[in-house]
Structure formats: C-alpha cells, structure tokens
Design a protein around this ligand. Structure first.
Ligand SMILES: [Cu+2]
Length: 207
C-alpha cells in the first residue's frame, strides 16, 4: 500500500475487505471527496461564464492567514479582472505599466486607496471579510476588477460553458456565487447536493 495515492487505494478497496479497513485508516476524511461538476446558469437559463462559485463545507476553516494573491496592472487594465480568494488572503497590486495607477475600492467589505504609484506597493491588502469588492483606478476610468472573498478554500471560476469541477465531500452544502452581469452587487446563496459518487448539477443565479 505504501506509495499509493488515496485514489489508488480506493480502487484497491473493491478487491479485498481487509485492504478496505486499512485504506480507511490511512486516508484522512478530506480524501473522501468526489468530483462534482456544477453548471451555473442565469435567470434565462443561459450558462454564466467567468462566474465565481464557492462551496462551504461544514467543519472546514473559513479563513486563511497564509494565502497570497495578486492583481496586476498591465496595459492599463487589471489582470486578472476577477480574483476569487479565501477570507484572510493578502492581495498585492503590482503595477507593470510605465504610467502610474491609483487603485481604490469603496465597497463595504474593503475600503482601500493605494494612491498614485509605480512598481509594487510595500504592503499587500488583506481581504478580511467575505463579499464582493469592486476595484477601480482613479486615473483610468475604464479600469475595473472584482475581488470575490469567500469563507472556504473550495472555489473556482466557471469556464466558457459556465461549468466548474471541484472535488467535494458528498452531502448538502451551502454555495456562494457571483457573476458580473447580475444586478445585485453581493454574493448569492445557493444549495448544492453532492451524491456519494459525485456527478453534476445545475445551479441558477437570480438577477
Ligand atoms: Cu490606472
């Protein structure tokens, strides 16, 4: 058994009960996650690409004190324009342009103001409350980005088909989702049921 991944061990489970007992003893609970594909749709059933989806599993830590992330500025645009992070993540805002930028947010979860600067600011900004922060640049009105802050490490961004696959424990979980086209500026709460073997589900975001 030594050197086998938990996945390989799970396959071995079917061959001998004795191995099953050993496998369960070796694999931590987190390894019992199964692949689950979520498709996020809008109120008109259209798939929502580039949406943030986060799954909150009971008993898992809501915050991090170690994660780091980055939103750069390049060619007078934020990159990326959507950043999804766990609550407590420190985000840096390096400016790769030769022009100076002035990054700000007046969103309630993070009021911030990095005044006209070049290079990388000395201190990152810690996003310590869950929700949505809309970022802008005081100099370039067209620059816009969003930081989506979620109380879970299980999150991602939907692809062109509005889909996202995550390894999740079976059960019923709370989901937080957000898409730039929705009218409400906050994360929406949804529910997701993950069957024992995983699978797929469609979730619908309101306007
Ligand atoms: Cu700017």
């Amino acid at each position: 058994m030594v050197g086998l991944s938990c996945e390989a061990q799970t396959t071995a489970m079917t061959t001998a009960h004795r191995i099953t007992v050993l496998t369960l003893a070796l694999c931590p609970l987190a390894a019992l996650a199964v692949p689950m594909t979520v498709q996020l749709r809008g109120p008109g059933a259209q798939p929502l690409a580039g949406a943030a989806v986060a799954v909150e599993v009971k008993g898992r830590p809501a915050k991090t004190s170690t994660a780091k992330a980055e939103i750069g500025q390049r060619d007078r645009q934020f990159t990326p324009q959507l950043l999804i992070v766990q609550t407590g993540t420190a985000v840096n805002f390096p400016n790769f342009d030769t022009v100076r930028h002035h990054v700000y947010s007046i969103s309630p979860i993070k009021v911030m103001d990095i005044k006209l600067y070049s290079g990388t600011p000395a201190e990152p900004v810690v996003f310590d409350k869950p929700g949505v922060a809309a970022l802008g640049c005081n100099i370039h009105d067209k620059m816009s980005a969003h930081v989506i802050v979620v109380d879970t490490a299980l999150f991602g961004r939907t692809d062109d088909k509005g889909q996202l696959t995550l390894d999740l424990p079976p059960g019923e979980h709370a989901v937080k989702a957000w898409h730039v086209a929705q009218k409400s500026p906050t994360l929406q709460g949804l529910r997701l049921t993950v069957p024992p073997a995983g699978g797929s589900a469609t979730l619908t975001l309101a306007d």
